[in-house]
Design a protein around this ligand. Sequence first.
Ligand SMILES: [Zn+2]
Length: 149
Amino acid sequence: MDPREEAPDVDRLARAMLLLHGGHDDDEHSHDSSAGSTLKARSFGGERSAALREATQRDRDRYLRSGLVSVDCRFCHVAVEVKKLGPAHTSVQWSTEATRRCAYFAEIRDSGGDPAREKGCPRLADSIKHAVAEGCLEEISSAPSPGDG
Ligand SMILES: [Zn+2]
């Protein structure tokens, strides 16, 4: 088997071209043309997967850069910005309006409590869980690997 067909690359192709034009070795001709067609077919598939990889990378970059995803509380319908940093680490950014409108926080205020001391609306925690399950929330991979407590 011609080694050129096993590992085709631009370098080899260029060298093959040189050989072809130089006409130094007549025996190379038939081999070179067959290797060339193999190379063409392979590089076409390579381009497609490269484009796919690029699109995926772009998507990932977008997630990494922003990291923040707007999640609606299914119970009180306020929107908060959520950033998932790990399996058990989710950062939720409550806007003043969201805090004011959340029914859970309103209840605490009504009973004389302080919503600022609460971790968050449990209904919203549910909504975030749903968002994660639906793939709306991407984990930020820059966080330390899980399992180290
Ligand atoms: Zn709520």
